[in-house]
Design a protein around this ligand. Structure first.
Ligand code: IPD
Ligand code: CA
Ligand code: CA
Length: 262
């Protein structure tokens, strides 16, 4: 693979991280986006601008799919998928759990992913067929082979309808299955990194967008885990229900979330 892909992705992620920190330590300037639960800050916008500028400088003909802007479609088979700030609600409330996520897809297949958490200076990186890394060291998913040995992570979309109720029901069932614990960290891309490096064993969330999971998908796969849609199908960029795990408990998660969905 062209080494410039990696260099560009890393440079762009570091730049976004610097912008996050600048605003996190200063004035976050939050406003509502699609609803009162869905916030946006100047950091989201400035980080996206910086990431897109860096990518466009090296690869002017590539496509861009990013959360905060729309970009002219090109004929290139490459597409950069960007969440400039994942965890905006944490960010705007002063919780230091957020990241930038950048993936490169070729013909809709993710070939490179970078997720950077600037507060912990943790840089997660994966390249198709070449493994997954945290700050340059190889990472692997955890070992747990059953739900009762599992720490799970979930997320809640900005939805207060039936999907939310199903999610709450799923949580109840997981606890009945005696999981060790459940976390809601507030940044889906980082959630997936935590599965990839074995800090948790399984994750599920409905209604994610491609920029939330594109880079994380490759990280999980390269770290030996599994990521799929709700029924276990291959996770395409058009999917929005995401299940990720160390592989060993994947079917168990699928069983529970499908039991509660009507
Ligand atoms: C959100 C976070 C959150 C998840 C939401 C996402 P944003 O992304 O990843 O953890 O539960 O579904 O939309 O809005 O902070 O980029
Ligand atoms: Ca996001
Ligand atoms: Ca975002």
């Amino acid at each position: 693979m062209n080494p410039e892909f990696k260099n560009t992705a890393l440079a762009a992620a570091k730049q976004a991280g610097r912008i996050h920190k600048k605003y996190f330590e200063g004035e976050t300037q939050t406003r509502e986006k699609s609803s009162s639960f869905d916030l946006i800050t100047v950091a989201d916008l400035e980080a996206e601008k910086a990431v897109v500028k860096t990518i466009k400088k090296s690869f002017p003909t590539h496509n861009i799919l990013a959360e905060e802007g729309s970009y002219q479609k090109t004929k290139s088979s490459y597409c950069w998928i960007i969440d400039p700030l994942d965890g905006t609600n944490n960010f705007s409330f002063g919780i230091p759990i957020f990241c930038v996520s950048i993936a490169l897809a070729k013909n809709n297949q993710i070939v490179l992913g970078v997720i950077y958490d600037p507060m912990r200076e943790e840089l997660f990186f994966a390249e198709k067929g070449k493994g997954a890394y945290l700050n340059g060291k190889p990472i692997r998913v955890a070992d747990a082979a059953s739900l009762d040995k599992s720490l799970l992570i979930t997320g809640f979309y900005y939805d207060r309808g039936q999907n939310m109720l199903n999610n709450l029901e799923a949580i109840k069932v997981f606890f009945q299955e005696k999981i060790i614990g459940l976390r809601r960290l507030g940044a889906a891309a980082l959630d997936l990194c935590y599965i990839a490096c074995g800090r948790a064993t399984g994750f599920w969330e409905f209604n994610l967008s491609p920029w939330d999971f594109a880079a994380g998908k490759l990280l999980i796969e390269e770290a030996g885990g599994k990521i799929s849609g709700r029924k276990g199908e291959e996770l395409g960029l058009e999917n929005s229900y995401v299940i990720a795990s160390n592989g060993k408990i994947h079917q168990e998660i699928i069983r529970v979330v499908n039991k509660v969905s009507r």
